[in-house]
Design a protein around this ligand. Sequence first.
Ligand code: UDP
Length: 483
Amino acid sequence: MEQYCPPAHVLIFPFPAQGHVNSMLKLAELLGLAGIHVTFLNTDFIHERLVRYTDIKTRFSCYPGFQFMTISDGLSADHPRSLIKFIEVYDSLNSKTKLLLREMLASNQLIGSNTRPSLTCIIVDGLIGGFTSDIANEFRIPIIYFRTISASCYWAYFSVPKIIEAGEIPVRGNEDMDRLITTVPSMESFLRYRDLPSFCQVNDLNHCNLHIFVSETQQSPQAHALILNTFEDLEGPALSHIRTHCSKVYTIGPLHTHLKFRLEAKTSSSQSQSSNNLYEVDKSCMTWLDAQPLKSVIYVSFGSITTITKDKHMEFWFGLVNSKQRFLWVIRPDLVVGEHNRNEVPEELLKGTKERGYIVSWAPQEEVLAHHAIGGFLTHSGWNSTLESIVAGVPMICWPFIGDQQLNSRFVSEVWKLGLDMKDACDRFIVEKMVNDLMGRKREVFMKSTDEMAWLARKSVSEGGSSYCNLDRLVKDIRLMSM
Ligand code: UDP
């Protein structure tokens, strides 16, 4: 008699922030498509916003065995939960949520029921891998880490103990930010102090952010496997180094395109969009874009976390209007810190914006970047935005804000030659010049590399491509664990 083999059942647990939830939901949908049962665990706060702004309930109902569950993040109802308060969110998850997760597993709320198989493994966001691993080990459930950052940034975090040993951090007084960091293998010739992940740019080695990012990263080789949202042709050198420490590394990105292609293959339609927004999307910008000439618009967005002062906001605004280029700008209600009164905006800016600009509070970014009117992207270099721009073949101007973004922007300009790195500058004349360069005379310089990288990205997630095959291997690996 044939032995009964229960379907695999994976618990997916993201860090509660837009970029993390977005990419892990895409992974969840890909596993759902492969027939794996998925329990997706959101914090209550995130889940409430997802349900409010997207159609996730309908979208995921077509995957048998897919369920959403929620858990408290332990924070008070009026806590801003912004990543600026990262430490508070992280500490609360590590103390209060940890206990709740343990309780959920102990009381079989997640492990199994009459209709749902036991958990085969947990795929956890590597940023909260530490406490989840402790619990997974206690219940003898294999754990896989998913990191939402680039492989190169992951490798830089991994190399921090070496950087410290060599005395290259912390900062020694007012020294040159352009000093080369020579101790991250494969980045010796171009990584400057200012390109290190922002959490490494510290003058105190006991800084808690540095400690958290480094210790969470150092733990990952103990996991069963590591999943990265990248592709081999983009980050080969960093990946080879990571593989000397982690035996199983699955590169399955760019996830948004991977999912799109697999959905299209299944439904034979090219209309598949899987948006996972925590904000209300303003689609009116698509109609505005339809009326703009080919590659004439620069899209400006700083993602879901970045905040800027009023002064910096004005520098961007002057730079954009003075460039005389068309622009579509995402200004989240919480982008500008402090009181922001539109009546204070100079008349010339409002006039210039009315003539050539369009402002929304949240855009359907993947669709925007794919629109024929978009010719450039002024971005904060978040990893999702970077990948989305790469796939769309849109050159970038990078203005990194926090975390991995400093390193991503260096790779975009110096290694991949996909755009310009504005880095620490925020000045209307620089913004104007860079926008005009990118939309004008430098466009040709970048188009060859952006076209080529877009092609490689798509190839990786097409049948037979590296990310496509890696996802198949990951699915097989998970199924084997359930036997
Ligand atoms: N995004 C969007 N609309 C916007 C701004 C951002 O849909 O108006 C999405 C974007 O497509 C990306 C995510 O939000 O998938 C932002 O993630 P990223 O890693 O780029 O930056 P973070 O928000 O984590 O800083």
